[in-house]
Design a protein around this ligand. Structure first.
Ligand code: AP5
Length: 187
């Protein structure tokens, strides 16, 4: 089973992907985590991505796609995957459609976690206090939310047109949100 989790920064994609990984035995592929690991390892690609991520902008499609492709070809990713943070624009959505078709891996669903702007801001501010992620400053959060609105939100329509989209209310307890996702995947 292959699932995409869509949603704004702070909507809970990573949180729900972790629950799905643990409970449904799926592999969690987060392009944000792959990029942060490349940064931490100091690879040329990671260093190139660092400045872009610190501004809250999107890393180039080529870099992200090559990382994703490499991860998707690893043996553990053959049976089931949750895509978290990818795709973020139409070019990435098209690239994923092509890649999955080539690998004969049908997409089961694209799940949108719908969360209000106020709740997103409060969750990210709370995380900033606890974890100090470099891109959780007020200015960078504002830029990430703008880029989500301008470039990623339109991708929702891409999956809606293909009959793959389910919209979930992403506010409330993590368990309630998980239960809604599980119900979508059962159908
Ligand atoms: P990425 O790591 O993907 O970050 P993001 O999309 O901004 O998402 P977040 O991690 O902030 O939020 P989330 O939706 O995962 O929510 P979470 O579960 O963490 O990307 C970072 C950067 O990498 C990008 O800006 C870009 O530069 C680059 N990048 C990544 N992918 C790329 C791509 N495909 N192309 C180009 N560039 C790319 O939850 C947030 C907080 O809320 C947590 O503290 C959590 O505990 C809390 N929370 C979650 N659910 C609940 C709940 N139900 N109730 C209360 N609190 C909750």
């Amino acid at each position: 089973m292959r699932i995409i989790l869509l949603g704004a920064p702070g909507s809970g994609k990573g949180t729900q992907a972790t629950l799905l990984r643990d409970r449904m035995n799926l592999v969690h592929i987060s392009t944000g985590d792959l990029l942060r690991a490349a940064r931490a390892a100091g690879t040329p690609l990671g260093l190139k991505a660092k400045e872009v991520m610190d501004r809250g902008e999107l890393v180039s499609d080529d870099i992200v796609l090559s990382m994703l492709e490499e991860r998707l070809h690893q043996p553990d990713a053959q049976d089931g995957v949750i895509f978290d943070g990818y795709p973020r624009n139409f070019a990435q959505a098209d690239a994923l459609t092509c890649m999955l078709a080539k690998m004969a891996m049908p997409l089961k669903a694209a799940i949108l976690l719908d969360v209000s702007h106020a709740v997103l801001l409060s969750r990210l501010a709370e995380r900033a206090k606890k974890e100090g992620r470099a891109d959780d400053t007020p200015e960078v959060i504002a830029n990430r939310l703008k880029i989500y609105h301008d470039q990623t939100e339109p991708v929702v329509g891409y999956y809606q047109q293909r009959g793959l989209l389910s919209k979930i209310a992403g506010e409330g307890s993590m368990e309630d949100i998980y239960a809604q996702i599980a119900a979508v995947l059962k159908n």
